[in-house]
Design a protein around this ligand. Structure first.
Ligand code: ZN
Ligand code: ZN
Length: 87
């Protein structure tokens, strides 16, 4: 069944295409959030109901991280590094 409803329901998960998001509570990579009724939405996979930040200033859905090409250096950890700092 196809639905055009884009309003998330409680319990749904939103998954990010940008892999360079970091949990402000534990610095682990945040790949999505789980929708809850109210308050902060828990980060996936760490589960912290914390905000997260975008680490990659150049990320785009087509090229991904192009920091090296645009800036000459990469001002953030790699995805692999983000994935190991799980609490
Ligand atoms: Zn976390
Ligand atoms: Zn980048």
């Amino acid at each position: 069944m196809v639905s055009d409803n884009v309003v998330p329901n409680v319990g749904d998960e939103i998954h990010f295409a940008d892999p360079f998001k970091s949990c402000n509570a534990c610095t682990h990579q945040v790949t999505g959030v789980t929708i809850v009724d109210e308050g902060m939405w828990p980060n996936i996979p760490c589960g912290h109901p914390a905000s997260y930040r975008d680490l990659c200033p150049s990320w785009g859905p087509v090229d991904g991280c192009s920091c090296e090409r645009m800036l000459g250096y990469v001002p953030h950890p790699s995805v692999e590094q983000l994935q190991v700092s799980f609490p």
